[in-house]
Write a protein that binds this ligand. Structure first.
Ligand code: ATP
Length: 282
């Protein structure tokens, strides 16, 4: 990969009219339990699309079917018009994914992990470019266990990019991150979109969905309960007569947290590089 700017990147909503992702009447049963019960949605090229829903709603199952880790009981999934069953290799070559429990090799350095993953796709990724993109350029020789939670998530995103995919799926990428690390991740997700990639992410953080997503689907009990822009969904609720007690506060506790503890990437990098480098040298 010479540059991370995707040559094939399209403006949001355009890709010759072909959806980046199309999910039609998707069903998944585990034994007699139907976890996904007829899910339909489309994601346009260049969108950031959110999958929301309570625990057990079926988000991970849906994502894992899309990326080919689980087989649907019935229904159709197309990635840039390639059917994930009949054109599996073409479909998979266009997807990058981070899972809730991504497995990496603890004993390999970050650079080596990316090269290994690239080899699995038959490509030779530029590990330094990828690590630079996720602000881990100076961690190339580190192992995963030396990274913070936020850095691990950023590394997971780098690993999802080894095959330069136009569609990136992120399953709860910010779970467990502190507010500063979460905002760094948001910045990174926005950068993915600027490159022309399409992003589908699941999250339990509503402010994250409002901040990042062009549209969201709210899943519940294996079905999509609503799908629209965050603004339109809120407007619909308000139009139905819903009111919230008026609260005029210009800052939140999260703003206080970030004000007191937040640092830019460079700041974080400088602070953590010193002592850790010392440890490695011993
Ligand atoms: P969370 O937000 O907690 O990650 P989710 O929306 O991603 O939840 P899924 O993990 O897709 O939900 O699970 C949907 C339902 O399917 C849950 O009731 C879960 O217990 C069930 N389920 C998931 N995997 C299996 C499995 N391998 N065997 C049986 N049931 C499963």
């Amino acid at each position: 990969m010479g540059s991370l700017a995707r040559l094939s990147g399209a403006e949001p909503g355009t890709s010759g009219g072909i959806a980046a992702l199309s999910v039609r009447d998707l069903h998944k049963s585990y034994g007699s339990f139907e976890a996904v019960r007829g899910v339909n949605f489309e994601v346009a090229a260049g969108e950031i699309f959110g999958l929301l829903g309570p625990n057990g709603a079926g988000k991970t199952t849906t994502i894992e079917i899309i990326v080919g880790l689980r087989e649907a009981t019935s229904g159709e999934v197309r990635i840039f018009d390639a059917d994930i069953r009949r054109q599996a290799a073409i479909a998979r070559s266009q997807i990058g994914v981070t899972l809730q429990d991504s497995d990496f090799f603890e004993h390999l350095k970050l650079k080596e992990q990316l090269e290994y993953l690239g080899a699995c796709y038959g490509t030779k990724p530029d590990a330094h470019l990828l690590l630079g993109f996720v602000d881990l350029a100076d961690r190339a020789e580190w192992k995963l266990k030396q990274l913070s939670g936020g850095q691990k998530q950023r590394f997971a995103i780098a690993s999802a990019l080894v095959n330069d995919p136009p569609l990136v799926l992120l399953d709860e990428p910010s779970t467990g991150l502190d507010p500063t690390a979460r905002r760094q991740l948001w910045e990174l997700i926005r950068r993915l979109r600027v490159e022309g990639r399409t992003i589908v992410l699941s999250t339990h953080y509503m402010e994250e969905a409002e901040e990042l997503c062009d549209r969201v689907a709210i899943m519940d009990q294996g079905l999509i309960a609503a799908i629209d822009t965050p603004d339109a969904l809120v407007d619909r609720l308000v139009a139905s007569g819903f009111e919230r007690p008026v609260e005029v506060r210009k800052a939140t506790l999260e703003d206080v947290f970030i004000q007191l503890t937040g640092h830019e990437f460079a700041d974080e990098t400088a602070q953590q590089a010193g002592p850790a480098r010392g440890r490695r040298g011993r």
